[in-house]
Design a protein around this ligand. Sequence first.
Ligand SMILES: [Zn+2]
Ligand SMILES: [Zn+2]
Length: 135
Amino acid sequence: MALANCERCGQLFNRVTRSICPNCIKEEEEAFDEIKEYIRSHDSATISEVAEATQISEERVLHYLREGRLELSGTLTYACESCGTPIRTGRFCSICQQTLGSDIAGVAKALKQQMQSKDTSGYYSQNPTLRGKGK
Ligand SMILES: [Zn+2]
Ligand SMILES: [Zn+2]
C-alpha cells in the first residue's frame, strides 16, 4: 500500500486503485446518483440547470456523460467533441464514432501495408542490381 494525496481533497490516504480517497469516492457516487435522479425527473433541464440544482459543476456533469456513465433523456443534449452535433452520451456522435473507428482501422491497415512493402522493396531492390551486373 502506498500513501498518496487525494486528487480531489488533498488528504493523505492509502492508494489502492483510484487517485481519490474513499471519502471522495463516496461523494462522487452520491453526486452521480443525484445527477441521474435529477435528469430522470427533469428531462427538459439543460446541463447548467442540472449543475445548478445538484450543486455539481457543469464540467463534472459533462465528465460523467463523456465517460458514458450517464445518459441524457428528453431534450437534453450536449455537443459531440469532434463536430458539435448534439448527443446524449459518450464523447462523440454516432457518425464521428464511425469515422474515428474506421480511421483507427485505416491507420492499422496502412501500417501493415507499409511494413509489408518495406520487406518486398528490400527484396526487389537487390534483384535489379544483380541482374544489371549479370548483363
Ligand atoms: Zn478526497
Ligand atoms: Zn460528431
